[in-house]
Every structure is written in structure tokens, then in C-alpha cells.
Design a protein around this ligand. Structure first.
Ligand code: ATP
Length: 441
């Protein structure tokens, strides 16, 4: 903007100081020219003349925003929003200010409200901050949203069963008694006044086979398996998430027998308090009531949740009929490690393998760690085969070498879990962790 234009406008305003549109125009030109203090002065004068002028209030708030005077900007915006609650420009500025002030929760609420007002709107920066999937409100939002739901709600018929799960004798037994048998013999359980249904929560360090076990449980009873990452659901919380969650449970009910598996379930519980005033708290309540519904008509739908952070889970999730059975999925013991190694090397060319010896040097390793060792050994062998031009079987040597390279990844988890088990072990929730660590109560 040329200085000349600004000068002419200033002269014109001097001539007719009470001309509101003219002064407003000057203020806006100054704002565009980054002259925030001068713009602020002009907006104030407009407001003296025209108290409720929306454009002047918005402009004034903008000048404050650019001068980083966030609290006064909010005061002005709140007054404006009182007059015009759905003024989109004001809401957007308000939302950006909340982000600047680090009031992310309030900002997210506001952004959600804005998207409800204008579903076609999106702001890349805010999307990034709130981890919004872009397709939710892009131009082709509807179609893409359906695809998103289908992606999350994929039905799968697992080809693995308990025979493919190494070790975990105790875990398999518990699952059998707690969810499989009640499913196979409902009348018997009823006769003893035992209600079937509810959910199982698997917890433990990463990579110890929680997902794998849940999948094998479905395979064991030839049930369908639906794997839901809670973060996927949370990402969808704007808009239709409650409806989607309901459809998900409905899908499970229609696909009986079915194992509905929720990974990272703590993400839901942990967010309950912090999201009390937002859309997400409805989602959580919806989740809990869907679970209660499953408990009420336990019809071949098994719910399994998994978490690495059970201490973050809201106790509401552990009430009867919800995740009322809790199983610690520990790193495999010596025998378990041997079995997992055998399973991972099944159908692969091997020679002279002393599984016991490898299991001995891998105490504390998770199933995923053992799988990583096998993968490393295979890569090693593959390189050699490529160089020599003939396939070579995997031997003890590569496996031991890989075990030296890849260290156990469960240690950090136990450092945290130990503290919870020692100092916050309500109702003996973490007794199994103490037992694993060989700590006497
Ligand atoms: P996270 O907490 O990181 O989600 P998780 O406990 O769900 O981990 P999985 O993803 O189930 O762990 O396990 C990782 C991989 O490790 C599995 O896909 C499987 O190949 C292997 N694995 C783990 N435990 C076993 C086991 N008991 N028997 C055979 N393979 C196993």
C-alpha cells in the first residue's frame, strides 16, 4: 500500500472525522500496511462513533493479535461474539489466539465448533496441531469419510490360533476360561450364576504379543477379528465419531462370533478428564455404554483391549461388564522364548540350531525382539547367499550375532511399571508385575 494513499485517506478523515466507513477504510488500510498501532487508534475512534461496529471490533482484535496483546484481543472478541456468536472470522482469530496462549483444549473445542458451522472449512496449521485427518472435511468429505470408516472397520479372519503363540500358557488358559469357554458353554455358566461377556484387558511391555494373542484368540474360535487403534477413533472425533463407534460395535454384533480388539485403549481413558468439555468425552461415554450394551446382550462378541500404560486408564473402564478381567502379558520365559524362536523360524531353511542356548541369552526379550533377531539373522544369511550365489541355511552363529546386536526393548517399561506396582497397586492390580520382577509384597 502506497504511503500516498494512506496520506490521502488521513486527510479525508480529517475533513470528515465522523464518517465511519471512511475511517474504517483507513484503519483497514493501515492494518494491511502492518501499521498496527496507527490502525488500533483508528479502530478505537470508529468504535467511539459506532459502538457495536462488528468490522471495527474484529479489526481492533486483529491489531492486538499482531501486537501479541492476546488477552485484550480476547476481551474484544468475546464482546463481538456476544453480539454475533457465529462470526466465523472472529472465531478463527479467537482459535489462533488460544493456540498462541497454549490453551489447546479450548482451541480444539472452538475449532470443532467452527467445523460444525462450516464443514467445508479447513485450516492447515490447526489441522496439524490437532492431528485432524484431512479427509474429514475436505471437499469430498462424505465419500472419503466412508472410506476411512471402512479402513478402520476391516473384518479379518485370522489364520493363526493358540498353536502359533509361543509360551503364554497362563495367558492362553485365562483367555480360554474367561472368554472362550463362556462362549462355548453359555448355559453351564448361567447355571452357576456366572455371567459371560464383558471385556478382557491385556497389558504389558510393548512387543510382547498382546495384539498377536488377541488375533490368535479369534483364530482359535474361528471368529472374525476387528482391530481398532484408539488413535484412529480419536482422530475421527470431530463430526461423526460417536455414530462411527456405534457402527463399529454394530458391525461386531452383526459379524458374530467376533473379537473386537482395541489397541492403545489407554489413550481413550487418559483423555477422559482432559477432554471433559469437548466432543471426545461424548465419544468415551459412547464407548462405555456400547461396552455395557455388549455385556447386557453378550452374544458372541468378545472385547479385548490392550495397553502399555494401564495406569493411565480411567477406572470407569474397569467396572464390571467392561474391562473387568485384566491379564498381564509378560515377556516370554525360557520355554516361551524357545517356542517363539521355533515359530518364527518355521518353514525357513535352518541348520544346527540350539534353541535353548539362544533362549538363554535373550532373557527379558519380547516376542517382537525375538522376531527382530530372526529377521536380522535372515538378512545376514541372505547377504552371504547373494555373495556366494547359493542359498545357505540359517545357523546358530547368525542368531547369536543378531542377539548381540539387538537388545531387549522391555526394560524401560519395567522401570515405570515397577513404581506403579510398588506405590499404586490398588486392588492388587499389578501383583503379576511384582511376581515377574520377583518382588515380595
Ligand atoms: P505393542 O504394545 O507394541 O502394540 P504387542 O504387545 O501388541 O505390542 P505384538 O504386536 O502382538 O505385540 O507382537 C509383535 C510381533 O511379535 C508379533 O506380530 C509376532 O510376530 C511376534 N510375537 C510376539 N509374541 C509372540 C508369541 N508369543 N509367539 C509368536 N510370536 C510372537
Amino acid at each position: 500500500m502506497s504511503a500516498e494513499v494512506i496520506k490521502q485517506l488521513q486527510e479525508a478523515v480529517q475533513f470528515s472525522p465522523e464518517n465511519v466507513p471512511l475511517r474504517l477504510h483507513l484503519a483497514q488500510v493501515l492494518l494491511q500496511d502492518y501499521q498496527y498501532i496507527q490502525a488500533e487508534e483508528q479502530y478505537r475512534k470508529v468504535l467511539e462513533l459506532s459502538h457495536d461496529n462488528i468490522a471495527a471490533q474484529l479489526g481492533l482484535a486483529r491489531t492486538f493479535y499482531h501486537q501479541q496483546k492476546y488477552s485484550v484481543a480476547i476481551v474484544v472478541l468475546e464482546q463481538l461474539e456476544h453480539q454475533e456468536p457465529d462470526n466465523f472470522d472472529a472465531l478463527l482469530l479467537h482459535c489462533r489466539i488460544l493456540v498462541k496462549e497454549n490453551s489447546l483444549e479450548a482451541a480444539r473445542d472452538l475449532y470443532q465448533h467452527m467445523l460444525q458451522l462450516n464443514p467445508g472449512f479447513r485450516d492447515e496449521t490447526l489441522d496439524g496441531i490437532f492431528r485432524m485427518p484431512q479427509q474429514q472435511y475436505s471437499a469430498a468429505a462424505e465419500d472419503e469419510e466412508d472410506e476411512e470408516i471402512e479402513k478402520i472397520f476391516t473384518l479379518e479372519k485370522p489364520e493363526i490360533n493358540f498353536n502359533d503363540v509361543g509360551g503364554m500358557t497362563r495367558e492362553k488358559q485365562e483367555i480360554d476360561l474367561k472368554i472362550i469357554k463362556p462362549l462355548q458353554f453359555p448355559d453351564l455358566y448361567k447355571a452357576y450364576g456366572k455371567k459371560a461377556g464383558g471385556g478382557i484387558l491385556l497389558y504389558g511391555p510393548p512387543g510382547c504379543g498382546k495384539t498377536y494373542l488377541a488375533r490368535a484368540t479369534a483364530g482359535q474360535i474361528q471368529a472374525e477379528f476387528i482391530n481398532v487403534g484408539i488413535h484412529d477413533v480419536l482422530d475421527m472425533w470431530i463430526g461423526n465419531s460417536e455414530k462411527n463407534l456405534h457402527s463399529l460395535f454394530e458391525l461386531a454384533r452383526q459379524s458374530k462370533p467376533c473379537v473386537l480388539f482395541f489397541d492403545e485403549v489407554d489413550a481413550l481413558g487418559a483423555n477422559r478428564t482432559s477432554m471433559r468439555n469437548s466432543g471426545a468425552s461424548h465419544l468415551i461415554n459412547q464407548f462405555l455404554s456400547e461396552m455395557d450394551g455388549i455385556a447386557a446382550n453378550n452374544d458372541n462378541v468378545l472385547i479385548i483391549g490392550a495397553t502399555n500404560a494401564p495406569w493411565s486408564l480411567d477406572p470407569a473402564f474397569r467396572r464390571p461388564g467392561r474391562f473387568d478381567r485384566i491379564i498381564f502379558v509378560a515377556p516370554p520365559d525360557q520355554e516361551g522364548r524357545e517356542e517363539i524362536l521355533k515359530i518364527q523360524l518355521r518353514n525357513k531353511p535352518t541348520e544346527d540350531i540350539d534353541y535353548r542356548a539362544i533362549a538363554k541369552v535373550t532373557a527379558g526379550y519380547s516376542g517382537a525382539d525375538l522376531k527382530a533377531i530372526v529377521d536380522l539373522a535372515i538378512e545376514d544369511k541372505l547377504m552371504e547367499a547373494l555373495q556366494k550365489g547359493i542359498p545357505q541355511p540359517i545357523t546358530q552363529k547368525e542368531l547369536l550375532k543378531a542377539a548381540k546386536t539387538h537388545k531387549a526393548t522391555t526394560r524401560e517399561w519395567f522401570n515405570t511399571a515397577r513404581n506403579y506396582a510398588l506405590y499404586s497397586n490398588e486392588a492388587g492390580l499389578y501383583d503379576d508385575v511384582l511376581k515377574y520382577l520377583d518382588i515380595k509384597k
